[in-house]
Design a protein around this ligand. Structure first.
Ligand code: CTP
Length: 394
C-alpha cells in the first residue's frame, strides 16, 4: 500500500513531535517517499536533522528557503503528495487550516494540495475540548479532512484526558486507508469474522479451538486498506485491535450469529474466517464445577451453522480447515452453504495455518475451479482472496 507513495509528513510544535520520528521511520521502512515539513515551533522540539537522517530526504522548514529543486516548494510538495499527514497537529495549526491562513510552508502546502489530508491532533485536554478547537475540527472534517485520535491518557501536563497523539499504528492505518480511497473495494461494506468462538462450560472454562484470528484480521485490514468499510466480528484473540473499522466483540457461536445478522443488512460481502465451535455445552454451569466426581461427562449440543443459514444477495466466502480430503470437503461445503468462494487449507501442514503468520490455501469457486496459492504471509493471502471478492463485486 505504502510502497512508492509520496507522503508529506507535517510536524507542528507539540511535545509529541518526537513521536513523528517513529512515524517517518515506519513509512520510510515501508518504502514510501517521506517529505517532512516542520513548522518553526516543531524545530524547537526535534531537530530537522533527525527527520532527514530517518527519511534520507531534505526536510523543509522555511517558506522562503531555498529548496532542493527550483520549483515553488509548497506547490511541488502539494502536487507530489499522495497523502498529507500532520502529526502532531496543534490547536494553532488546526485553527489556521480551518481559517485558510497560509502563513507558513505547511499551511500553504495543505491549501495547495488535492490529496487527502490527515490530522492527528495532539494538545492539552482543555485546548482540545475548547469549543473553538472542536468547531475548527468539525469544519475541517466537513471539508473531507481525515482525523485520527487524539487518544486519551496521561498528558505532558501530568493531567489525564483526551489530547495524546494517536498511536503510530493508528496513524499508519489512516494513511493506508486514505491511499485506498479509490481502490477496488471503495464504498463496499465487508463483514469479516475472525478468531475461535468460546462456548462456556462454567464461569471459568470454555470449549474453544486453536484459531489465532490472524487470517481474519489480515483480511479485515487488507479490505480497509482497499477502501472498504469493514465490520470485524471477532471472537477473543490476543491480537492488537485493528484501527479504523467497526469491531464487534463476541464470545460464543450464538453471539457471532446475532452480530452477523445485525451487520449484514447492507453488506456487499461476508467473509467467514472465524473458527466457529460446532458444539456447545447444553447447559453452562452457573458456578465453577468442583473436582468432586472421578469422571465428568459434558453434554454437548450443535451450534447453528451460521454460514449455511445466512442468506442474502452478497458475496459469501467461507473457509474450510481440513485434515483430509481437502478439496472434496471444501467443494461440498461450498455447495452446502451456498458460498461464492471457499478457501481451503490443510491444517496438517506444519508451516502454515493455525497461529502461523503464513498460510497456504486453495481458492475454490462455484464452477469448481481451483487456484492453489503458494505459502504466503497471511496479509498477502488476504489480498489474493480480496482480488477474487473484488472481481465478484464487479
Ligand atoms: N461455520 C459456520 N458456523 C458453524 C461452523 C462453521 O458459519 N457452526 C463456517 C466457518 O466459519 C467456515 C465454514 O463454515 O467459514 C466451514 O467451517 P468448518 O469448520 O471447516 O466446517 P463445518 O461446517 O463446521 O464442518 P466440519 O466441522 O464437519 O468440517
Amino acid at each position: 500500500m505504502l510502497k512508492g507513495k509520496s507522503i508529506v509528513l507535517g510536524v507542528t510544535g507539540g511535545v509529541s513531535a518526537y513521536k513523528a520520528v517513529h512515524i517517518a521511520s515506519q513509512l520510510t521502512q515501508a518504502s514510501a517517499q517521506v517529505d517532512v515539513i516542520m513548522t518553526e515551533a516543531a524545530t524547537r522540539f526535534v531537530a530537522p536533522l533527525t527527520f532527514q537522517a530517518v527519511t534520507g530526504r531534505p526536510v523543509a522548514t522555511e517558506m522562503f528557503g531555498l529548496g532542493s529543486n527550483c520549483g515553488i516548494q509548497h506547490i511541488v510538495l502539494a502536487e507530489a503528495a499522495d497523502v498529507i499527514v500532520i502529526a502532531p497537529a496543534t490547536a494553532n495549526t488546526i485553527a489556521r487550516l480551518a481559517a485558510g491562513i497560509a502563513d507558513d510552508l505547511l499551511c500553504c502546502t495543505v491549501l495547495a494540495a488535492k490529496s487527502p489530508v490527515i490530522l492527528a491532533p495532539a494538545m492539552d485536554a482543555n485546548m482540545y475540548e475548547n469549543p473553538v478547537t472542536q468547531d475548527n475540527l468539525s469544519k475541517l472534517q466537513a471539508r473531507d479532512f481525515i482525523t485520527v485520535g487524539p487518544a486519551s491518557g496521561r498528558l505532558a501536563s501530568g493531567k489525564e484526558g483526551p489530547g495524546r497523539l494517536a498511536e503510530t499504528s493508528d496513524i499508519l492505518a489512516a494513511i493506508s486507508q486514505a491511499l485506498g480511497r479509490e481502490s477496488d473495494l471503495a464504498a463496499k461494506h465487508l463483514v469479516v469474522t475472525a478468531g475461535g468462538t468460546q462456548e462456556p462450560i462454567d464461569p471459568v472454562r470454555c470449549i474453544t479451538n486453536r484459531s489465532s484470528g490472524k487470517m481474519g484480521y489480515a483480511l479485515a485490514e487488507a479490505a480497509r486498506d482497499r477502501g472498504a468499510r469493514v465490520t470485524l466480528i471477532t471472537a477473543p484473540t490476543s491480537l492488537p485491535r485493528p484501527a479504523r473499522m467497526q469491531i464487534v466483540d463476541v464470545c460464543t457461536a450464538h453471539e457471532m450469529h446475532t452480530a452477523i445478522r445485525d451487520a449484514i443488512s447492507q453488506c456487499d460481502a461476508l467473509i467467514m474466517a472465524a473458527a466457529v465451535a460446532d458444539y456447545r455445552p447444553t447447559r453452562a454451569a452457573k458456578d465453577k464445577i468442583k473436582k468432586e466426581a472421578a469422571e465428568l461427562t459434558l453434554e454437548l449440543e450443535r451450534t447453528p451453522d451460521i454460514l449455511g443459514s445466512i442468506k442474502g444477495a452478497f458475496v459469501k466466502v467461507g473457509f474450510a480447515a481440513e485434515s483430509s480430503n481437502l478439496l472434496e470437503n471444501a467443494s461440498r461445503k461450498l455447495h452446502e452453504k451456498g458460498l461464492s468462494l471457499i478457501i481451503a487449507n490443510d491444517i496438517t501442514a506444519r508451516d502454515s495455518g493455525f497461529g502461523s503468520d503464513y498460510n497456504r490455501v486453495t481458492i475454490v469457486d462455484q464452477e469448481g475451479k481451483t487456484d492453489s496459492l503458494p505459502l504466503l504471509p497471511k496479509r498477502q493471502v488476504a489480498d489474493r482472496i480480496l482480488d477474487r471478492v473484488a472481481k465478484l463485486l464487479g
